[in-house]
Design a protein around this ligand. Sequence first.
Ligand SMILES: [Fe+2]
Length: 376
Amino acid sequence: MRASKTAMPFVERPEGETLIVLGAGAVDRLRALLVRVRATRAYVVTGSTLATGSVGDRVRRALGDALVGTYAGSRPHVPDKTVDELVQDARSRRADVLVGLGGGSPIGTAKAAAFRLFESRDAASPAAIVAAIPTTYSGSEVTPFFGTTDLDQGRKSVLRSDPVRPRLALYDPELALDTPADLTASTGVNALAHCVEALYAKGATDADRSMSLRAAGRLIGDLPLAVREPRTLLYRYRLFEGSMEAGLVLAKVGMGVHHGLCHVLGGRYRAPHGVLNGIILPHAMRFNLPVAGAVYRDLARPLRLEARGADVGEKVCDAVADLVRALSLPTRLRLLGIPKTDLPSVAEAALSSRSVQANPRPVTREGALEILEAAW
Ligand SMILES: [Fe+2]
């Protein structure tokens, strides 16, 4: 499909402290954009696949001699050890910006390292800001959240730190054309979960909810299309619009039981965050039905459901489960090799998650277990 310029306008706007840039070919302006956020010594943080492929090449070309180093060892769930390595190297190269390139993991690794640099900053080793160039739909590029994982303990900690919120979020749909269909699907469902959690969050305003709904509509409509035709630029562009708004609203209102459970499961079993999102989301939504039924009604239209009747909320939850299945994502925890006998201890651990505690419907140990058993 050919996409006109009007369907994919070049967008450049500040959002709080973050400069947002969205457009085909935007990466070619990277160096000038970093200067605008007052950075000149760029250190790229990515995974091995992107580092050696055409996406990495293009970013390196755009940076020219502003590139002072590359860390290609980012891994899912951001193991503490990778953050140690990155901090040491970025410090020795006097980087003033860590550019997270790729999915939620490299961007999260850049944030975690920037957090350490910020905490220990002094005249000899100054702090570095974060810039992010996403190739998936995790939304991490616009949030102050990041997780790190102690692999020995199997424990993931999620922190919020405003100084590490990226100062530049650069979305170039051309860089996402090679993102595999399964990663597109799983990270897209993660973005949808951000919309859902923002919809039922305690502090959400009408403006937050309408932004969530707009983003959810875009994701629900375009995810199946992008999974079917991964190399269509227009779908990549529109998914970025959706995941950006989903991330922005999540950053404002925070997370609930859905993300709390996904973080505990991710830290313990190292399953991808997006895959866990697909499995848990319909069940977390059902758990929250008693408090969120009215806001789910607004999701009926994008899901192409009749918005009338007393059971719209249930139908919305079922339709989200159908969407996950249609995207060929796993729908059961057991498919990830998680033993059923572990679920009570996962439920127990979830109770100390701040996201679980912030859920609009209070979550007891039994409540958390009910969601996990339904998802097993
Ligand atoms: Fe998420």
